[in-house]
Design a protein around this ligand. Structure first.
Ligand code: PGA
Length: 275
């Protein structure tokens, strides 16, 4: 089975929380509590906290392998776009970026076309992309969840190019399946629903011609993930970790989530044939 080759990733989306004054300390506390070399850890603070988080992590032995990500990026390199931040501006500050989060689709009216342009730009500029997709509650209740997510993947990634080498590294393009009704609500999807959706996502990635036919692309679950709910998702071989919102601000929660993720990562490593 291919999952043995995919990394296990826990990414924290701090949303509009923390300040430049306190973000670095929180990042280091989390780094120390989640020191698991088998798990890819990423923290995504607000733009203004990127530099303090980067500096605090770099200065602490436990922080040096924690990735730093932005929560958004503009699709143009520069220009008259008041309040926006471009990929070149993130150079040296972030190595990852979240694109297409449902809060940006909702609040900033980001369209799939727009998200597609952002994904391309981010990859071109050397940022690792976490693309978020997910259906609304009414879409799920009407039985359209898979159609909606399939369409998002096709539109957001159409024409996006990923070299085989980047695909094989498994961290350049990650898809986070985040059902909108589960974000910040305390409700989660079921593990088997998330696993089915991971299959839908990978089938669309395969149709788009991404290297490995989607099998090399990590798929995370997101939406009210906590240390108590993570097990259900990581028990599914097709789910490769989590994008964590509210719980990512709590070191105890992150410690529990990453410890569980490490079990999956080690099991996959042991299942991978040598060579
Ligand atoms: P939540 O957020 O864990 O607070 O539900 C997840 C996300 O929006 O990425």
């Amino acid at each position: 089975m291919i999952p043995a080759m995919r990394p296990v990733i826990v990414a924290g989306n701090w949303k509009m929380h923390t300040t430049p004054h306190d973000a670095g300390e929180l990042a280091v506390t989390i780094a120390r509590r989640t020191h698991e070399p088998d798990v890819v850890r990423v923290l995504c603070p607000p733009y203004v906290c990127l530099a303090p988080v980067r500096d605090a992590l770099a200065a602490d032995p436990a922080g040096q392998d924690v990735g730093v990500g932005a929560q958004n990026v503009h699709d143009h390199l520069a220009g008259a776009y008041t309040g926006e931040v471009s990929a070149p501006m993130l150079r040296g500050l972030a190595t990852w970026v979240i694109v297409g989060h449902s809060e940006r689709r909702r609040d900033a009216h980001e369209t799939d076309e727009h998200i597609n342009a952002k994904v391309r730009r981010a990859l071109e500029e050397g940022l690792r992309v976490i693309l978020c997709v997910g259906e609304q509650l009414d879409e799920r209740e009407d039985g359209h969840a898979e159609t909606v997510v399939d369409r998002q993947i096709r539109r957001d990634l159409e024409g996006v190019e990923l070299s085989h080498q980047r695909a094989a590294e498994g961290t350049w393009l990650t898809v986070a399946y985040e059902p909108v009704w589960a974000i910040g609500t305390g409700r989660t999807a079921r593990g088997d629903d998330a696993a089915r959706m991971a299959g839908t996502i990978r089938a669309a990635l395969g149709d788009l011609g991404l290297p490995g036919g989607g099998d090399l692309t990590p798929v995370l679950y997101g939406g009210s993930v906590t240390s108590a709910s993570i097990d259900e998702f990581l028990a599914e071989p097709s789910i490769d970790g989590a994008l964590v919102g509210g719980a990512s601000l709590k070191p105890d929660e992150m410690a529990g989530i990453v410890a569980r993720a490490a079990l999956t990562a080690r099991a996959r490593r042991e299942a991978t044939p040598p060579g």
